[in-house]
Write a protein of this length. Structure first.
Length: 257
């Protein structure tokens, strides 16, 4: 199956969405009633649409393969009733994203691109204070597949080093831009001290959830969204999809040994 292409927020195609996540992809307008988010807003009408979740169960860590490469995962192999929200890049920095994440009281993992966050690294410190965990997504959002070891090392290790200096914690997880990788990517990720690299099972854009398999979020699924102008629509749609599946958002890092 052809893998879907992840679009960076500054990509000319970013207002759209990767079509269907391959031949088996399907779409579901999870929250069509939501208005488009406006910068600087996050009013009670939006916050009232945050679903209520039971507490996530105590995480049962998975086993990672031993060897010279990082694990490659698009779903956490678990039967626990959890799913994982991951948010990429960081180009668009809206105040309501902070308000929503605080109000939802759910864990999220941020895969941040250094060039995207340089204009306001403090914005992501606020998200970190709200409970978000920051992981690596390269320096320039370059397509790593087929690149030299030195190039990949600069992008992967360099981003982890820089994020560590800013946020006080060195990333242990990595997502390659566009979901594109080769064997060298996973080797370098391991060499850079990170334990796993991630793809996804669902994507969200403009309030629409797209599924690779079936029409519902499954236990252990990793959901991809971005810091985009319609962040509120996307975040609420992701939450609603998890809620509709009878699952609870959990922290990705808790499942990685």
């Amino acid at each position: 199956m052809t893998q879907p292409r992840e679009l960076a927020d500054d990509d000319p195609g970013s207002p759209g969405q990767p079509p269907g996540n391959g031949p088996l992809g399907s779409t579901a307008p999870t929250a069509p009633q939501l208005p488009a988010a406006r910068p600087g807003t996050g009013g009670a009408d939006v916050l009232a649409r945050i679903p209520a979740f039971p507490p996530a169960p105590p995480a049962v860590k998975i086993e990672l393969p031993q060897g010279p490469t990082a694990a490659w995962l698009s779903r956490i192999p678990t039967t626990q009733k959890v799913a994982f929200i991951t948010i990429d890049d960081g180009w668009t920095k809206q105040p309501e994203a902070i308000s929503l994440i605080r109000a939802a009281h759910v864990p999220v993992t941020l895969f941040l691109t250094m060039n995207a966050i340089r204009s306001d690294p403090g914005y992501f410190k606020e998200l970190q204070a709200a409970g978000a965990v920051i992981e690596a997504h390269t320096i320039t959002h370059a397509d790593l597949r087929g690149k030299s070891p030195d190039f990949q090392r600069r992008e992967i290790c360099g981003s982890a080093d820089q994020l560590s200096a800013i946020y006080g914690r060195r990333p242990v997880l990595f997502r390659p831009p566009f979901g594109n990788k080769d064997p060298m990517t996973l080797q370098v990720t391991h060499e850079c001290g990170m334990r796993a690299a991630f793809f996804w099972k669902e994507t969200v854009d403009k309030g629409v959830v797209r599924f690779q398999e079936g029409h519902t979020v499954l236990p252990g699924d990793i959901i991809l969204m971005h810091f985009r102008p319609a962040f509120a629509d996307d975040f609420l749609a992701a939450l609603q999809a998890i809620h509709d599946a009878g699952l609870t958002p959990a922290l990705l890092e808790d499942y990685i040994p």
